[in-house]
Design a protein. Structure first.
Length: 107
């Protein structure tokens, strides 16, 4: 019963505290309506939507990693940097996936 409240709190925290999350919401605000305007097969539309939502999911996980690392210690440490860099790399790959999927379907 509380899970919904925790999820909503997490979304609000991401919106308020993470510029990258807000930027991805803006991107989704453009791409998701566009996905419904395009004349593509249902499975293609589902893929266009799924990769956009995946970027939001990965950003939430990346933010959670960053918050956890910062909670443990603000001191510079190679493993802390690695954890944050890996989260960032995951998001880069997700954004690349958006570009590839949209390009393959539209071109």
């Amino acid at each position: 019963m509380h899970a919904g409240g925790y999820s909503w709190a997490g979304l609000l925290a991401a919106f308020r505290g993470e510029a990258a999350f807000r930027q991805l919401l803006l991107l989704n605000g453009v791409l998701l309506p566009l996905a419904f305007c395009l004349e593509v097969a249902k499975v293609e539309r589902a893929l266009l939507i799924a990769v956009c939502l995946l970027a939001l999911i990965v950003e939430l996980l990346n933010s959670a990693i960053e918050a956890t690392v910062d909670r443990i210690s603000l001191a510079l440490h190679p493993l802390s940097k690695q954890a944050k860099d890996l989260g960032s790399a995951a998001q880069l790959l997700t954004l690349s996936l958006i570009a590839v999927v949209w390009a393959v379907i539209l071109l």
